[in-house]
Design a protein around this ligand. Sequence first.
Ligand code: FAD
Ligand code: NAI
Length: 466
Amino acid sequence: MDFDVIVIGSGPGGYIAAIRCAQLGMKTAIIEKYSALGGTCLNVGCIPSKALLDSSEHYYNAAHSFAQHGISIKDMQLDFGQMIKRKEEVVGQMTKGVEFLMNKNKITTYIGFGSFVDKNTVKVKSNDGQEQQISAKNIIIATGSKPSSFPSMPIDKKRVISSTEALKLPEVPKHLIVIGAGVIGAELGSVYARLGAKVSFVEFAASMIPTMDGTMGKELQKSMRKLGADFYFSHKVTSVENKGDSVVVRAENNKGGLLELEGDYCLVSVGRRPYTDGLELEKAGLKTDERGRIAVNDHLQTEVSNIYAIGDVIRGAMLAHKAEEEGVFVAETIAGQHPHINYLLIPGVVYTWPEVAAVGYTEEELKTNGTPYKAGTFPFKALGRARASMDTDGLVKVLAHAETDEILGVHMIGARVADMIAEAVVAMEFRAAAEDVGIMSHAHPTYTEAFKEACLAATGNRALNI
Ligand code: FAD
Ligand code: NAI
Protein backbone atom coordinates (compact mmCIF):
# COMPACT_ATOMS: atom_id res chain seq x y z
CA MET A 1 0.00 0.00 0.00
CA ASP A 2 1.21 3.54 -0.83
CA PHE A 3 -0.51 5.16 2.17
CA ASP A 4 -2.18 4.35 5.48
CA VAL A 5 -5.02 6.74 4.61
CA ILE A 6 -6.28 8.47 1.48
CA VAL A 7 -8.76 11.31 1.99
CA ILE A 8 -10.94 12.28 -1.00
CA GLY A 9 -11.96 15.94 -0.74
CA SER A 10 -10.19 18.81 1.02
CA GLY A 11 -13.12 20.63 2.68
CA PRO A 12 -13.26 21.12 6.46
CA GLY A 13 -14.08 17.42 6.88
CA GLY A 14 -11.31 16.13 4.62
CA TYR A 15 -8.44 18.45 5.47
CA ILE A 16 -9.01 18.16 9.22
CA ALA A 17 -9.21 14.35 8.93
CA ALA A 18 -5.91 14.38 7.02
CA ILE A 19 -4.20 16.54 9.66
CA ARG A 20 -5.40 14.35 12.53
CA CYS A 21 -4.35 11.17 10.67
CA ALA A 22 -0.88 12.66 10.14
CA GLN A 23 -0.68 13.75 13.79
CA LEU A 24 -1.41 10.16 14.76
CA GLY A 25 1.54 8.93 12.69
CA MET A 26 -0.30 7.70 9.60
CA LYS A 27 1.12 8.19 6.11
CA THR A 28 -1.62 10.31 4.58
CA ALA A 29 -2.67 11.58 1.14
CA ILE A 30 -5.42 14.00 0.22
CA ILE A 31 -7.05 14.34 -3.21
CA GLU A 32 -8.82 17.53 -4.35
CA LYS A 33 -10.29 18.19 -7.77
CA TYR A 34 -9.90 21.98 -7.54
CA SER A 35 -6.51 23.66 -7.45
CA ALA A 36 -7.46 25.58 -4.28
CA LEU A 37 -7.84 23.45 -1.15
CA GLY A 38 -10.52 24.05 1.50
CA GLY A 39 -13.70 22.78 -0.16
CA THR A 40 -17.05 24.52 -0.26
CA CYS A 41 -16.52 26.17 3.10
CA LEU A 42 -13.36 28.11 2.27
CA ASN A 43 -13.94 28.71 -1.44
CA VAL A 44 -17.68 29.25 -1.97
CA GLY A 45 -19.30 28.86 1.46
CA CYS A 46 -18.61 29.90 5.04
CA ILE A 47 -15.64 32.20 4.47
CA PRO A 48 -16.64 34.23 1.37
CA SER A 49 -20.20 34.60 2.64
CA LYS A 50 -18.98 35.91 5.99
CA ALA A 51 -16.57 38.30 4.24
CA LEU A 52 -19.47 39.78 2.25
CA LEU A 53 -21.74 39.79 5.32
CA ASP A 54 -19.15 41.79 7.26
CA SER A 55 -18.48 44.23 4.40
CA SER A 56 -22.17 44.81 3.69
CA GLU A 57 -22.87 45.32 7.40
CA HIS A 58 -20.15 48.02 7.53
CA TYR A 59 -21.72 49.69 4.51
CA TYR A 60 -25.21 49.52 5.99
CA ASN A 61 -24.08 50.94 9.32
CA ALA A 62 -22.11 53.71 7.65
CA ALA A 63 -25.24 54.64 5.68
CA HIS A 64 -27.83 54.20 8.44
CA SER A 65 -26.43 54.42 11.94
CA PHE A 66 -23.11 56.28 11.87
CA ALA A 67 -24.95 59.63 11.90
CA GLN A 68 -26.64 58.72 15.20
CA HIS A 69 -23.22 57.89 16.62
CA GLY A 70 -22.15 61.41 15.62
CA ILE A 71 -20.12 60.38 12.61
CA SER A 72 -21.04 61.99 9.32
CA ILE A 73 -19.65 60.84 6.03
CA LYS A 74 -20.07 63.00 2.97
CA ASP A 75 -20.39 61.43 -0.47
CA MET A 76 -20.24 57.87 0.77
CA GLN A 77 -20.11 55.41 -2.11
CA LEU A 78 -20.30 51.71 -2.55
CA ASP A 79 -17.36 50.12 -4.37
CA PHE A 80 -18.89 46.71 -4.93
CA GLY A 81 -15.95 45.54 -7.06
CA GLN A 82 -13.58 46.21 -4.14
CA MET A 83 -15.95 44.36 -1.80
CA ILE A 84 -15.79 41.27 -4.03
CA LYS A 85 -12.00 41.67 -4.41
CA ARG A 86 -11.47 41.79 -0.63
CA LYS A 87 -13.62 38.66 -0.27
CA GLU A 88 -11.43 36.91 -2.82
CA GLU A 89 -8.30 37.96 -0.94
CA VAL A 90 -9.69 36.51 2.29
CA VAL A 91 -10.50 33.25 0.49
CA GLY A 92 -6.98 33.19 -1.00
CA GLN A 93 -5.38 33.62 2.44
CA MET A 94 -7.48 30.81 3.87
CA THR A 95 -6.91 28.29 1.07
CA LYS A 96 -3.15 29.01 1.13
CA GLY A 97 -3.36 28.35 4.87
CA VAL A 98 -4.72 24.84 4.22
CA GLU A 99 -1.92 24.23 1.71
CA PHE A 100 0.59 25.28 4.39
CA LEU A 101 -1.01 22.90 6.90
CA MET A 102 -0.82 19.99 4.44
CA ASN A 103 2.90 20.63 3.91
CA LYS A 104 3.57 21.17 7.61
CA ASN A 105 1.96 17.81 8.43
CA LYS A 106 3.75 16.05 5.53
CA ILE A 107 0.49 15.12 3.84
CA THR A 108 0.84 14.29 0.13
CA THR A 109 -1.57 16.43 -1.89
CA TYR A 110 -2.91 15.28 -5.26
CA ILE A 111 -4.78 17.84 -7.35
CA GLY A 112 -7.15 15.89 -9.56
CA PHE A 113 -10.44 14.03 -9.63
CA GLY A 114 -10.50 10.92 -7.44
CA SER A 115 -12.52 7.80 -8.30
CA PHE A 116 -12.49 4.29 -6.92
CA VAL A 117 -10.74 1.45 -8.72
CA ASP A 118 -11.40 -0.98 -5.87
CA LYS A 119 -11.83 -0.76 -2.11
CA ASN A 120 -8.15 0.11 -1.55
CA THR A 121 -7.25 1.92 -4.77
CA VAL A 122 -8.15 5.37 -6.06
CA LYS A 123 -7.47 6.75 -9.53
CA VAL A 124 -6.50 10.43 -9.68
CA LYS A 125 -7.14 12.19 -12.96
CA SER A 126 -5.50 15.60 -13.14
CA ASN A 127 -6.77 18.51 -15.21
CA ASP A 128 -4.20 17.86 -17.93
CA GLY A 129 -5.70 14.37 -18.38
CA GLN A 130 -2.87 12.44 -16.68
CA GLU A 131 -3.93 9.51 -14.54
CA GLN A 132 -2.29 7.66 -11.68
CA GLN A 133 -3.42 5.12 -9.14
CA ILE A 134 -2.68 5.23 -5.44
CA SER A 135 -3.59 2.72 -2.74
CA ALA A 136 -4.20 2.81 0.99
CA LYS A 137 -5.33 0.64 3.88
CA ASN A 138 -8.11 3.11 4.69
CA ILE A 139 -10.03 5.63 2.59
CA ILE A 140 -12.08 8.56 3.88
CA ILE A 141 -14.73 9.99 1.56
CA ALA A 142 -15.21 13.71 2.24
CA THR A 143 -16.61 14.87 -1.09
CA GLY A 144 -19.16 17.28 0.40
CA SER A 145 -22.25 18.66 -1.30
CA LYS A 146 -23.52 20.84 -4.17
CA PRO A 147 -26.51 23.19 -4.40
CA SER A 148 -29.74 21.40 -5.20
CA SER A 149 -32.71 22.69 -7.17
CA PHE A 150 -35.97 21.47 -8.69
CA PRO A 151 -36.98 21.09 -12.36
CA SER A 152 -39.24 24.16 -11.94
CA MET A 153 -36.20 26.33 -11.10
CA PRO A 154 -33.26 25.33 -13.33
CA ILE A 155 -30.07 27.14 -12.31
CA ASP A 156 -28.46 28.77 -15.38
CA LYS A 157 -25.74 30.58 -13.35
CA LYS A 158 -26.60 33.88 -15.08
CA ARG A 159 -29.99 35.14 -13.89
CA VAL A 160 -31.03 32.04 -11.98
CA ILE A 161 -28.14 31.49 -9.60
CA SER A 162 -26.95 29.38 -6.69
CA SER A 163 -24.98 30.67 -3.70
CA THR A 164 -21.75 30.19 -5.67
CA GLU A 165 -22.71 32.84 -8.26
CA ALA A 166 -24.32 35.04 -5.59
CA LEU A 167 -20.86 35.40 -4.03
CA LYS A 168 -19.42 36.95 -7.20
CA LEU A 169 -22.18 38.89 -8.92
CA PRO A 170 -21.03 41.62 -11.33
CA GLU A 171 -23.43 44.15 -9.75
CA VAL A 172 -25.83 44.67 -6.84
CA PRO A 173 -29.22 43.37 -8.02
CA LYS A 174 -32.11 45.82 -8.14
CA HIS A 175 -34.56 43.10 -7.20
CA LEU A 176 -33.25 39.77 -5.92
CA ILE A 177 -35.86 37.02 -5.66
CA VAL A 178 -34.73 34.38 -3.19
CA ILE A 179 -36.34 30.93 -3.38
CA GLY A 180 -35.97 29.36 0.07
CA ALA A 181 -35.71 31.47 3.22
CA GLY A 182 -33.34 29.02 4.94
CA VAL A 183 -29.78 29.73 6.03
CA ILE A 184 -28.28 30.64 2.63
CA GLY A 185 -31.31 32.71 1.66
CA ALA A 186 -31.22 34.63 4.95
CA GLU A 187 -27.48 35.30 4.79
CA LEU A 188 -27.07 36.21 1.12
CA GLY A 189 -30.46 37.96 1.09
CA SER A 190 -29.11 40.13 3.94
CA VAL A 191 -25.94 40.96 2.03
CA TYR A 192 -27.84 42.37 -0.95
CA ALA A 193 -30.65 43.97 1.07
CA ARG A 194 -27.99 45.92 3.02
CA LEU A 195 -26.39 47.02 -0.25
CA GLY A 196 -29.71 48.44 -1.45
CA ALA A 197 -31.37 45.58 -3.36
CA LYS A 198 -35.05 44.88 -3.00
CA VAL A 199 -35.19 41.30 -1.72
CA SER A 200 -38.26 39.05 -1.97
CA PHE A 201 -38.34 35.65 -0.32
CA VAL A 202 -40.53 32.88 -1.75
CA GLU A 203 -40.60 30.09 0.81
CA PHE A 204 -42.38 26.75 0.88
CA ALA A 205 -42.69 26.66 4.69
CA ALA A 206 -44.66 29.08 6.85
CA SER A 207 -41.63 30.99 8.23
CA MET A 208 -37.97 31.85 7.74
CA ILE A 209 -35.32 29.31 8.87
CA PRO A 210 -38.16 26.83 9.49
CA THR A 211 -36.03 24.05 10.98
CA MET A 212 -34.89 26.26 13.87
CA ASP A 213 -36.94 27.16 16.97
CA GLY A 214 -40.07 29.01 15.81
CA THR A 215 -39.29 32.14 17.84
CA MET A 216 -36.05 32.62 15.89
CA GLY A 217 -37.76 32.69 12.50
CA LYS A 218 -40.31 35.23 13.70
CA GLU A 219 -37.67 37.53 15.20
CA LEU A 220 -35.37 37.24 12.20
CA GLN A 221 -38.22 38.14 9.88
CA LYS A 222 -38.86 41.32 11.89
CA SER A 223 -35.23 42.35 11.45
CA MET A 224 -35.22 41.49 7.75
CA ARG A 225 -38.36 43.56 7.26
CA LYS A 226 -36.39 46.56 8.52
CA LEU A 227 -34.09 45.97 5.53
CA GLY A 228 -37.17 46.21 3.29
CA ALA A 229 -37.46 42.50 2.51
CA ASP A 230 -40.79 40.98 1.38
CA PHE A 231 -41.93 37.48 2.28
CA TYR A 232 -44.17 35.04 0.44
CA PHE A 233 -44.53 32.05 2.78
CA SER A 234 -46.38 28.78 2.09
CA HIS A 235 -45.62 29.23 -1.61
CA LYS A 236 -44.59 26.52 -4.03
CA VAL A 237 -42.58 27.76 -7.00
CA THR A 238 -44.09 26.55 -10.28
CA SER A 239 -41.69 28.14 -12.78
CA VAL A 240 -38.62 30.35 -13.05
CA GLU A 241 -37.97 31.96 -16.42
CA ASN A 242 -34.80 33.73 -17.56
CA LYS A 243 -35.93 36.55 -19.87
CA GLY A 244 -32.46 37.76 -20.79
CA ASP A 245 -32.05 40.79 -18.58
CA SER A 246 -34.71 39.82 -16.07
CA VAL A 247 -36.17 36.76 -14.42
CA VAL A 248 -39.78 35.88 -13.69
CA VAL A 249 -40.73 33.63 -10.79
CA ARG A 250 -44.21 32.14 -10.58
CA ALA A 251 -45.55 30.43 -7.48
CA GLU A 252 -48.78 29.20 -5.96
CA ASN A 253 -49.73 29.48 -2.31
CA ASN A 254 -51.41 26.76 -0.26
CA LYS A 255 -54.83 28.32 -0.93
CA GLY A 256 -54.38 28.24 -4.71
CA GLY A 257 -53.44 31.97 -4.99
CA LEU A 258 -51.00 32.78 -7.78
CA LEU A 259 -47.88 34.94 -7.44
CA GLU A 260 -45.71 36.40 -10.17
CA LEU A 261 -42.54 38.33 -9.36
CA GLU A 262 -40.08 39.92 -11.77
CA GLY A 263 -36.52 40.62 -10.69
CA ASP A 264 -33.07 40.85 -12.19
CA TYR A 265 -31.65 37.82 -10.33
CA CYS A 266 -33.18 34.76 -8.69
CA LEU A 267 -31.18 32.96 -5.99
CA VAL A 268 -32.15 29.31 -5.61
CA SER A 269 -31.36 28.30 -2.02
CA VAL A 270 -33.55 25.26 -1.38
CA GLY A 271 -30.91 23.03 0.20
CA ARG A 272 -27.82 21.11 -0.87
CA ARG A 273 -27.34 17.56 -2.07
CA PRO A 274 -24.53 15.14 -1.17
CA TYR A 275 -21.92 15.04 -3.94
CA THR A 276 -20.66 11.64 -5.16
CA ASP A 277 -20.76 12.23 -8.94
CA GLY A 278 -18.02 10.34 -10.77
CA LEU A 279 -16.66 8.68 -7.61
CA GLU A 280 -17.49 5.23 -9.01
CA LEU A 281 -18.57 4.04 -5.60
CA GLU A 282 -19.80 0.73 -7.02
CA LYS A 283 -16.21 -0.30 -7.83
CA ALA A 284 -15.52 -0.21 -4.09
CA GLY A 285 -18.75 -2.07 -3.33
CA LEU A 286 -20.61 1.05 -2.14
CA LYS A 287 -23.85 2.75 -3.11
CA THR A 288 -25.81 5.80 -2.01
CA ASP A 289 -29.18 5.87 -0.22
CA GLU A 290 -32.42 7.32 -1.59
CA ARG A 291 -31.23 10.86 -0.76
CA GLY A 292 -27.85 10.44 -2.40
CA ARG A 293 -25.98 10.09 0.91
CA ILE A 294 -23.34 7.51 1.74
CA ALA A 295 -24.67 5.32 4.55
CA VAL A 296 -22.40 5.00 7.60
CA ASN A 297 -22.65 3.28 10.99
CA ASP A 298 -21.98 4.90 14.39
CA HIS A 299 -18.22 4.68 13.67
CA LEU A 300 -18.77 6.58 10.38
CA GLN A 301 -17.72 3.41 8.62
CA THR A 302 -19.43 2.52 5.33
CA GLU A 303 -20.60 -0.98 4.53
CA VAL A 304 -17.02 -1.64 3.30
CA SER A 305 -15.10 -1.67 6.57
CA ASN A 306 -11.90 0.16 5.47
CA ILE A 307 -13.86 3.02 3.87
CA TYR A 308 -15.25 5.84 6.01
CA ALA A 309 -17.36 8.86 5.07
CA ILE A 310 -17.76 12.25 6.78
CA GLY A 311 -19.29 15.71 6.42
CA ASP A 312 -21.99 16.83 3.98
CA VAL A 313 -21.88 13.55 2.04
CA ILE A 314 -23.43 11.63 4.98
CA ARG A 315 -26.47 12.12 7.23
CA GLY A 316 -26.80 15.02 9.65
CA ALA A 317 -26.41 18.80 9.57
CA MET A 318 -24.47 20.20 6.63
CA LEU A 319 -22.10 22.30 8.72
CA ALA A 320 -18.36 22.85 8.56
CA HIS A 321 -17.77 22.25 12.27
CA LYS A 322 -19.82 19.01 12.13
CA ALA A 323 -17.62 17.84 9.24
CA GLU A 324 -14.50 18.77 11.23
CA GLU A 325 -15.61 16.84 14.31
CA GLU A 326 -16.26 13.84 12.08
CA GLY A 327 -12.82 14.19 10.47
CA VAL A 328 -11.12 13.99 13.86
CA PHE A 329 -13.47 11.17 14.92
CA VAL A 330 -12.60 8.97 11.92
CA ALA A 331 -8.85 9.59 12.18
CA GLU A 332 -8.91 8.60 15.86
CA THR A 333 -11.13 5.58 15.14
CA ILE A 334 -8.67 4.34 12.49
CA ALA A 335 -5.86 4.82 15.05
CA GLY A 336 -7.72 2.50 17.45
CA GLN A 337 -8.97 5.22 19.79
CA HIS A 338 -12.56 5.59 21.04
CA PRO A 339 -13.66 9.14 20.15
CA HIS A 340 -17.13 10.54 20.73
CA ILE A 341 -19.35 13.16 19.06
CA ASN A 342 -22.41 14.59 20.80
CA TYR A 343 -24.53 15.48 17.77
CA LEU A 344 -27.19 17.16 19.91
CA LEU A 345 -24.62 19.76 20.95
CA ILE A 346 -23.44 20.83 17.50
CA PRO A 347 -24.50 24.47 17.38
CA GLY A 348 -26.19 26.07 14.38
CA VAL A 349 -25.60 29.72 13.47
CA VAL A 350 -27.08 32.10 10.92
CA TYR A 351 -24.76 35.06 10.30
CA THR A 352 -27.40 37.67 9.62
CA TRP A 353 -27.52 40.81 11.78
CA PRO A 354 -28.79 40.22 14.34
CA GLU A 355 -27.17 36.80 14.29
CA VAL A 356 -29.13 33.65 15.16
CA ALA A 357 -27.56 30.79 17.12
CA ALA A 358 -28.91 27.64 18.68
CA VAL A 359 -27.96 24.42 20.40
CA GLY A 360 -29.99 21.49 21.72
CA TYR A 361 -33.71 20.94 21.38
CA THR A 362 -36.17 23.45 19.94
CA GLU A 363 -39.39 24.20 21.82
CA GLU A 364 -41.32 22.43 19.05
CA GLU A 365 -39.20 19.27 19.51
CA LEU A 366 -39.73 19.26 23.29
CA LYS A 367 -43.49 19.55 22.74
CA THR A 368 -43.47 16.71 20.19
CA ASN A 369 -41.34 14.52 22.48
CA GLY A 370 -43.61 15.26 25.43
CA THR A 371 -40.66 16.45 27.54
CA PRO A 372 -41.79 18.64 30.47
CA TYR A 373 -39.95 21.95 30.09
CA LYS A 374 -39.94 25.56 31.23
CA ALA A 375 -38.79 28.54 29.18
CA GLY A 376 -37.00 31.73 30.16
CA THR A 377 -36.38 34.60 27.76
CA PHE A 378 -34.51 37.88 28.02
CA PRO A 379 -34.62 40.67 25.40
CA PHE A 380 -31.52 42.42 24.10
CA LYS A 381 -33.21 45.78 24.54
CA ALA A 382 -32.87 45.40 28.32
CA LEU A 383 -29.06 45.10 28.07
CA GLY A 384 -26.81 48.08 28.74
CA ARG A 385 -24.29 46.77 26.19
CA ALA A 386 -26.95 46.52 23.48
CA ARG A 387 -28.15 50.07 24.23
CA ALA A 388 -24.57 51.37 23.99
CA SER A 389 -24.03 49.76 20.59
CA MET A 390 -27.61 50.32 19.34
CA ASP A 391 -28.03 46.59 18.78
CA THR A 392 -31.29 46.20 20.66
CA ASP A 393 -33.01 43.66 18.37
CA GLY A 394 -33.14 40.12 19.68
CA LEU A 395 -33.55 37.84 22.65
CA VAL A 396 -32.19 34.75 24.35
CA LYS A 397 -34.50 31.84 25.07
CA VAL A 398 -33.48 29.07 27.45
CA LEU A 399 -35.43 25.82 27.65
CA ALA A 400 -34.84 23.77 30.78
CA HIS A 401 -36.31 20.53 32.09
CA ALA A 402 -39.36 21.33 34.23
CA GLU A 403 -38.26 19.06 37.07
CA THR A 404 -34.45 18.85 36.97
CA ASP A 405 -33.75 22.38 35.61
CA GLU A 406 -31.18 20.86 33.18
CA ILE A 407 -30.73 23.09 30.12
CA LEU A 408 -32.21 21.30 27.09
CA GLY A 409 -32.00 23.98 24.44
CA VAL A 410 -30.73 27.52 23.97
CA HIS A 411 -31.91 29.78 21.15
CA MET A 412 -30.46 33.22 20.64
CA ILE A 413 -30.97 36.06 18.21
CA GLY A 414 -28.97 39.22 18.69
CA ALA A 415 -25.59 40.87 18.36
CA ARG A 416 -22.63 38.46 18.52
CA VAL A 417 -24.73 35.43 19.49
CA ALA A 418 -22.66 33.38 17.01
CA ASP A 419 -19.86 33.66 19.59
CA MET A 420 -22.13 33.59 22.64
CA ILE A 421 -23.59 30.19 21.81
CA ALA A 422 -20.29 28.56 22.81
CA GLU A 423 -21.12 29.22 26.47
CA ALA A 424 -24.41 27.36 26.06
CA VAL A 425 -22.59 24.43 24.42
CA VAL A 426 -20.17 24.23 27.37
CA ALA A 427 -23.00 24.47 29.88
CA MET A 428 -24.97 21.72 28.14
CA GLU A 429 -21.91 19.48 27.65
CA PHE A 430 -21.44 19.61 31.43
CA ARG A 431 -25.20 19.11 31.86
CA ALA A 432 -25.65 22.39 33.72
CA ALA A 433 -28.95 23.41 35.25
CA ALA A 434 -30.31 26.82 34.21
CA GLU A 435 -29.68 27.99 37.77
CA ASP A 436 -25.97 27.04 37.48
CA VAL A 437 -25.53 29.60 34.68
CA GLY A 438 -27.85 32.07 36.43
CA ILE A 439 -25.57 32.26 39.47
CA MET A 440 -22.29 32.60 37.51
CA SER A 441 -20.81 36.06 37.18
CA HIS A 442 -20.99 37.49 33.67
CA ALA A 443 -18.97 40.63 32.90
CA HIS A 444 -21.01 43.82 32.73
CA PRO A 445 -21.82 45.29 30.30
CA THR A 446 -21.74 42.41 27.82
CA TYR A 447 -24.23 40.73 25.53
CA THR A 448 -23.59 37.49 27.45
CA GLU A 449 -25.61 38.86 30.36
CA ALA A 450 -28.69 38.05 28.25
CA PHE A 451 -27.86 34.33 28.59
CA LYS A 452 -27.43 34.58 32.35
CA GLU A 453 -30.68 36.54 32.67
CA ALA A 454 -32.61 34.09 30.44
CA CYS A 455 -31.32 31.25 32.65
CA LEU A 456 -32.54 33.16 35.71
CA ALA A 457 -35.88 33.71 33.98
CA ALA A 458 -36.15 29.94 33.40
CA THR A 459 -35.32 29.33 37.06
CA GLY A 460 -38.44 30.53 38.81
CA ASN A 461 -38.79 33.78 36.88
CA ARG A 462 -35.78 35.37 38.64
CA ALA A 463 -34.46 37.65 35.85
CA LEU A 464 -33.15 40.82 37.47
CA ASN A 465 -33.05 43.54 34.84
CA ILE A 466 -36.56 43.28 33.47
P1 FAD B 1 -16.91 20.33 1.18
O1 FAD B 1 -16.48 21.53 1.92
O2 FAD B 1 -18.01 20.45 0.21
O3 FAD B 1 -15.63 19.76 0.47
C1 FAD B 1 -15.65 18.68 -0.40
C2 FAD B 1 -14.46 18.78 -1.33
O4 FAD B 1 -14.33 17.56 -2.03
C3 FAD B 1 -14.60 19.87 -2.38
O5 FAD B 1 -13.45 20.68 -2.38
C4 FAD B 1 -14.71 19.09 -3.69
O6 FAD B 1 -14.13 19.78 -4.79
C5 FAD B 1 -13.94 17.84 -3.36
N1 FAD B 1 -14.31 16.68 -4.17
C6 FAD B 1 -15.56 16.20 -4.39
N2 FAD B 1 -15.50 15.09 -5.14
C7 FAD B 1 -14.20 14.87 -5.42
C8 FAD B 1 -13.51 13.88 -6.13
N3 FAD B 1 -14.16 12.87 -6.71
N4 FAD B 1 -12.17 13.98 -6.22
C9 FAD B 1 -11.50 14.99 -5.62
N5 FAD B 1 -12.11 15.95 -4.91
C10 FAD B 1 -13.44 15.89 -4.81
N6 FAD B 1 -21.20 25.83 7.37
C11 FAD B 1 -20.91 26.33 8.58
O7 FAD B 1 -20.68 25.56 9.52
N7 FAD B 1 -20.85 27.68 8.81
C12 FAD B 1 -21.10 28.57 7.83
O8 FAD B 1 -21.03 29.77 8.06
C13 FAD B 1 -21.42 28.08 6.55
N8 FAD B 1 -21.68 28.93 5.54
C14 FAD B 1 -21.97 28.43 4.31
C15 FAD B 1 -22.26 29.34 3.29
C16 FAD B 1 -22.57 28.88 2.02
C17 FAD B 1 -22.88 29.87 0.92
C18 FAD B 1 -22.55 27.47 1.76
C19 FAD B 1 -22.84 26.95 0.38
C20 FAD B 1 -22.27 26.57 2.76
C21 FAD B 1 -21.98 27.05 4.04
N9 FAD B 1 -21.72 26.18 5.11
C22 FAD B 1 -21.45 26.68 6.36
C23 FAD B 1 -21.73 24.72 4.92
C24 FAD B 1 -20.28 24.19 4.78
O9 FAD B 1 -19.65 24.84 3.71
C25 FAD B 1 -20.29 22.70 4.58
O10 FAD B 1 -21.04 22.07 5.60
C26 FAD B 1 -18.88 22.15 4.61
O11 FAD B 1 -18.07 22.76 3.63
C27 FAD B 1 -18.88 20.64 4.42
O12 FAD B 1 -17.58 20.17 4.46
P2 FAD B 1 -17.14 18.83 3.71
O13 FAD B 1 -15.70 18.66 4.04
O14 FAD B 1 -18.09 17.75 4.04
O15 FAD B 1 -17.34 19.12 2.16
P1 NAI C 1 -31.83 25.20 4.05
O1 NAI C 1 -32.24 23.81 4.23
O2 NAI C 1 -31.27 25.96 5.19
O3 NAI C 1 -33.06 26.08 3.52
C1 NAI C 1 -33.78 25.72 2.39
C2 NAI C 1 -35.11 26.42 2.45
O4 NAI C 1 -35.74 26.27 1.21
C3 NAI C 1 -36.04 25.84 3.52
O5 NAI C 1 -36.55 26.89 4.29
C4 NAI C 1 -37.10 25.12 2.72
O6 NAI C 1 -38.36 25.13 3.35
C5 NAI C 1 -37.11 25.95 1.44
N1 NAI C 1 -37.58 25.23 0.25
C6 NAI C 1 -37.31 23.95 -0.10
N2 NAI C 1 -37.92 23.67 -1.26
C7 NAI C 1 -38.56 24.80 -1.67
C8 NAI C 1 -39.36 25.13 -2.79
N3 NAI C 1 -39.60 24.25 -3.75
N4 NAI C 1 -39.87 26.38 -2.88
C9 NAI C 1 -39.62 27.29 -1.90
N5 NAI C 1 -38.88 27.01 -0.80
C10 NAI C 1 -38.35 25.79 -0.70
O7 NAI C 1 -30.82 25.15 2.80
P2 NAI C 1 -29.88 26.27 2.20
O8 NAI C 1 -30.22 27.61 2.74
O9 NAI C 1 -29.87 26.07 0.74
O10 NAI C 1 -28.47 25.85 2.78
C11 NAI C 1 -27.92 24.55 2.47
C12 NAI C 1 -27.07 24.06 3.60
O11 NAI C 1 -25.91 24.85 3.74
C13 NAI C 1 -27.82 24.08 4.91
O12 NAI C 1 -28.03 22.74 5.31
C14 NAI C 1 -26.93 24.76 5.87
O13 NAI C 1 -26.66 23.94 6.96
C15 NAI C 1 -25.63 25.04 5.12
N6 NAI C 1 -25.29 26.43 5.35
C16 NAI C 1 -24.93 26.79 6.62
C17 NAI C 1 -24.67 28.09 6.93
C18 NAI C 1 -24.31 28.45 8.32
O14 NAI C 1 -24.01 27.55 9.10
N7 NAI C 1 -24.32 29.71 8.69
C19 NAI C 1 -24.75 29.15 5.93
C20 NAI C 1 -25.19 28.67 4.65
C21 NAI C 1 -25.41 27.36 4.39
